[in-house]
Design a protein. Structure first.
Length: 336
């Protein structure tokens, strides 16, 4: 049994910053995340993508933000259960909670904060026959490490920001040997500057742009060796490649959270905005996982919610103690 003051379900940016705010109140945190490393979506899905709305940073890569948050909360020594998913939250006789993971690991604390982002993500898969047979054998639905594609021939499918941005990154950083971008329409859904960059790269002969087309088959023995593409006017043809990366986005779902007795609205957890507590006293929901009137799904809003939530958590854990707000500009971090 792992015991702590606050169990945080979700080790994304909001969960990590909440560790810092809890540490200022001398509250210890333990984080649970299904991913093998801290960082949530930022680390798993788009670590190289720039973020522009973090105060004090005109621009910062998602992965760099996670590194900074880990450094920021390090003085308060958070502990982690990684690569395991929280599946249940049970009340105890001594007014605490036991959170159990899919691997049977049990955690006990008087406070639980759910910072699970948008929940569990599943990739949107294209209707390609035998696609599952090539998963992890040349078919990937997200790009985790660009270096994985060093010197390879890659076919990317999709017309949104993810497909555009990764195509640009892999080419401009001279990682891939060859890259083809396949999109079923002639127009794209991504940002205009990304669309223009793709057009420029295609015009310069650095990117093979195939529009009004879709991948309909995969060729290979035990691994991806090529794909079959159907073009609107040119018919079917084969394209040699080492990897097929369909970037059609991810489908969020609440997963086990839906069974925790929490009030759910629009696939999110309803909270009281004075404390960000749920209908189960002692359980809070912060970040993209919660909903309330005027909710904005922004990282900086999640930082605010976590800050308010730990103040209320302190009062719940220590009802007889008075919490006097101290400023880090006066006390620093070591003074807490």
């Amino acid at each position: 049994m792992i015991e702590t003051d606050i169990i945080i379900i979700g080790a994304g940016p909001v969960g990590l910053f909440t560790v810092f705010e809890a540490g200022l109140l001398k509250l210890k945190c333990h984080l649970i995340d299904s991913l093998p490393q801290p960082g949530g979506q930022l680390a798993e899905i788009y670590p190289k993508k720039p973020i522009y709305d973090i105060p004090g940073y005109p621009t910062i890569d998602a992965g760099e933000l996670i590194d900074n948050l880990m450094e920021q909360c390090a003085p308060f020594k958070p502990s982690f259960t990684l690569g395991e998913s929280a599946v249940s939250i049970d009340n105890t006789e001594d007014n605490k909670f036991i959170v159990t993971t899919n691997k049977g690991t049990k955690h006990k604390a008087p406070i639980v904060m759910i910072a699970g982002g948008l929940g569990v993500f599943e990739p949107r898969k294209p209707p390609v026959e035998n696609l599952e047979l090539f998963e992890d054998k040349g078919v990937e639905y997200i790009i985790k490490d660009p270096e994985f594609y060093r010197g390879k021939k890659v076919v990317v499918a999709g017309g949104g920001d993810s497909a555009l941005d990764w195509s640009i990154y892999l080419i401009e950083n001279k990682i891939v040997k060859e890259l083809s971008l396949v999109h079923r329409r002639s127009s794209f859904r991504g940002h205009l500057d990304s669309v223009q960059k793709v057009m420029d790269l295609a015009g310069a002969g650095k990117l093979n742009l195939i529009t009004e087309a879709e991948v309909i088959g995969i060729k290979g023995e035990g691994k991806v060796e090529g794909v079959t593409i159907r073009h609107k006017t040119e018919g079917e043809f084969d394209k040699e490649c080492d990897h097929f990366v369909p970037l059609f986005g991810l489908k969020p779902s609440l997963g086990p959270i839906a069974n925790w007795g929490l009030e759910i609205e629009k696939n999110a957890i309803k909270v009281d905005t004075t404390t960000y507590t749920t209908n189960r006293p002692g359980i809070y929901a912060i970040g993209d996982i919660n909903t309330y009137k005027g909710k904005l799904k922004l990282i900086l809003c999640g930082f605010h919610e976590g800050t308010i939530a730990v103040q209320d958590a302190f009062a719940r854990i220590y009802p007889d103690k008075k919490n006097v707000l101290k400023y880090t500009t006066v006390n620093g971090v070591n003074g807490f």
